[in-house]
Ligand binder design. Sequence first.
Ligand code: Z5A
Length: 239
Amino acid sequence: MRLRIMEKRGKLIVFEGGEGCGKTTQLQHTQQWLEQWLSDRGWLENAQPSFPIAAIASTREPGGTPLCQNIRQVLLTPDLEPMQDRTELLLYAADRAQHVAGYLQPLLAQSTLILCDRYTDSTVAYQGYGRGLDLDLIHQLNTIATQGLIPDLTLWLDLEVELGLARAQARGSRDRIEQADVAFHQRVRQGFMELHQAHPDRILRIDAAQPIDAVSQAIQTVLETKLTQWYAIPAICNP
Ligand code: Z5A
């Protein structure tokens, strides 16, 4: 099968992890920090052609576009009929195909730095390790849905399953997948662990059991290193 891989000039940074790991919190902190960090260096607001980053965007899977929002609604609503595992897998693939072609690829082509809450590794961890669906089938579907778009960096926010579920429970109502049993979430965590071991350069583990500010600091340290590797970083304009 021939896949068309579009030119990609921006960067795709993905936040992954189990329930209650703090992805949403950290993605918001990271966006604010990145805007300040880049603007201190004279990037973003002037948007000169020589600056490699034109904008920062944040998004999520499932639900990153209006159509994807409808798919998310179907995926996470607990009181519909019982969902078959393959139905769930195909709905996540449909959400991703729409999100990649309709949102991620066009923004990357415009030199956007994208922060994305979940991506293909979630399908491997949840549908593969959690539900026990065939990993080769999942890999094929991920390749079709992404047209070969692989993240430049994946931050895996890891913590004990019980701690994450307690955080999610304290926050309020639980969706269809959060209601799965602890053993399911243990398998999901094992999936992320094996992905991290298989792709140690792309998937970095962040200790998400730390306080919120310490997790943010760990992410910022990683990003400073990566941004410096990816781009020729100019000196700070207003130290
Ligand atoms: N899913 C899948 O199965 N297959 C796929 O391919 C994809 C997804 C893409 C929806 O994802 C579901 O879809 C998800 C996997 C599945 N499973 N479920 N359920 P989602 O991202 O929308 O939902 P989620 O994983 O449950 O994320 P979340 O609910 O938004 O939680 P979070 O982003 O990890 O955490 P948070 O909202 O930032 O924090 C949770 C609470 O903990 C909150 O009250 C915070 O204030 C608190 N918190 C955060 N960090 C800390 C620290 N460090 N200390 C103490 N308290 C903290």
